[in-house]
Design a protein around this ligand. Sequence first.
Ligand code: PEP
Ligand code: MN
Length: 265
Amino acid sequence: LGSRLFQPEDTIIELPHSIIGGKGHFTMMAGPCSVESEAHLRKMAKVAREGGATILRGGAYKPRTSPYSFQGLGEAGLKYLREAADENGMDVITEVMDEDHVDLIAKYTDVFQIGARNMQNFSLLKAVGKTRVPVALKRGMAGSIDDLLNASEYIAAGGNHQIMLLERGVRTFDNKYTRNTFDLAAVPVLQKLTHYPVIVDPSHAVGVWDLVTPMAHAGVASGASGMIVEIHDDPEHAFSDGPQALKPDTYKKMTKEVFEMRRLM
Ligand code: PEP
Ligand code: MN
């Protein structure tokens, strides 16, 4: 269903405040890794919007490597996301980790994010496939391009064709200086194989804030339809992924450059 042979035209996903995919659109998504509090999220939403993002990100249910790390605010976090996004004329993207949460999260979000750790959680993929909420499917940390495309078929097979694919870096033999290896070639490869929009996530790809801007530039150069980035005003005290968060000024400088680059393409 996702193949260009089946559907030659680009899939375009229209949300109240954003258009994802197709020629001429570049969609910026930004926000903190985790929703931390109502006040903090409101502040970050404003910054995200000022930098040109039309989609607010933030995890209310967090897939943490350690069970002792912050797990997210749950439904309260979803409410804060919805309110902060509405206040700034933005859409919401947030992660769904469990099929039992699909209906609840659908009440608050515009896009379901399926995290790298759940790329092959087939029951979750089938569950979001039964909804008509757009899905952003992240490439697994050891997922091949075909694994990603096959995972997307589980969603499409349920009748939900509003899918976007996210390149967020994969694990390779050398991840000492970066969290992952950003597979930028995956962008044009996926665009050749599938009609779905392809989005890049330079934040999780590199894991270190000062590498995010150069990789954001590279991401837009790769031809991606959009970008998702993590921001925080006080990264040292962030509840998750502080080391890769861009501070507000760095974020706004980056997005200005990215939109300018995109205009020249
Ligand atoms: C995230 O977006 O915060 C996240 C957990 O990403 P990933 O699933 O790519 O690790
Ligand atoms: Mn994160």
